[in-house]
Ligand binder design. Sequence first.
Ligand SMILES: Nc1nc2c(ncn2[C@@H]2O[C@H](COP(=O)(O)OP(=O)(O)OP(=O)(O)O)[C@@H](O)[C@H]2O)c(=O)[nH]1
Ligand SMILES: [Mg+2]
Length: 216
Amino acid sequence: MAYKVDQEYDYLFKVVLIGDSGVGKSNILSRFTRNEFCLESKSTIGVEFATRTLQIEGKTVKAQIWDTAGQERYRAITSAYYRGAVGALLVYDITKRQTFDNVQRWLRELRDHADSNIVIMLAGNKSDLNHLRAVSSETAQVLAEKEGLSFLETSALESFNVEQAFQTILIDIYHIISKKALAAEEAASGIGIPQGTTINVGNLSGNFGRRACCSN
Ligand SMILES: Nc1nc2c(ncn2[C@@H]2O[C@H](COP(=O)(O)OP(=O)(O)OP(=O)(O)O)[C@@H](O)[C@H]2O)c(=O)[nH]1
Ligand SMILES: [Mg+2]
C-alpha cells in the first residue's frame, strides 16, 4: 500500500509569529497554511501551530509555524515558544501606530529568548486598508534596515505577500543552514584547511624528505 510517511522532508524549520494583539498573526498563518481568512477571528489563547511543506532549491522543507497571543495575559511560556525557532515573522498593523512602535519591544524579546542567528522578517499587515494607513512603508523600511531585518507589507485578507514573506524567511534560513552544513563538511574532509605547496628540501640535513609549507 502506498502512503506518504509524514517524515518525508529534508528540513524542518520552526518559525514563530510575534507582534501585538490584533495585527493579524493568526490570519497570516491560516492564509499561508490553509488559504483561509476570517474577518471575526478571536484572540489566540495559548499556543497553536500549523505546518506547510514546500520545495526550496530542490529540498523538501516543512515549515512549522507557531502562533501565540500578542496580549501578555494570554501568552504561553515565552522561553518554550522561542526554543528551537530559526525564523520569526514580526507583524504590525499599518493602520495602528502603536503596533509599529512596539516592534522594538518584540525585537528585545527575541534578543532575550531566541537564538541570536534567528532570521527575522518585519511585516506590515493589512495593506488593503491603505486609506487608514498610520505607518508609511518608508518609515518601516528605515527601521528594518537599521535592525537588519527584511521587510514586506502584507494582507492576509487579500492574500498579498503572505506567501512571499514566508518564502523569504525560509529561503534565508535554508541558505544559512546549507552554508553551515557545507562548512562542517569541508572541515571534516580537510578541504577547508589552507592548501600549501609541497617543496623538496631533500638536501637539508636530518631525516626531512619533504615538508609541506602553508602559504596562508
Ligand atoms: N483588513 C484586514 N483585516 C485583517 C487582516 N489580517 C487580519 N485582519 C483582521 O484583524 C483582526 C485580528 O486578526 P487576528 O489574526 O486574530 O490577529 P492576531 O494578531 O492573531 O491577534 P492575537 O491572537 O490577539 O494576538 C481580525 O478581525 C481579522 O479579520 C488583513 O490583512 N486585512
Ligand atoms: Mg491570534
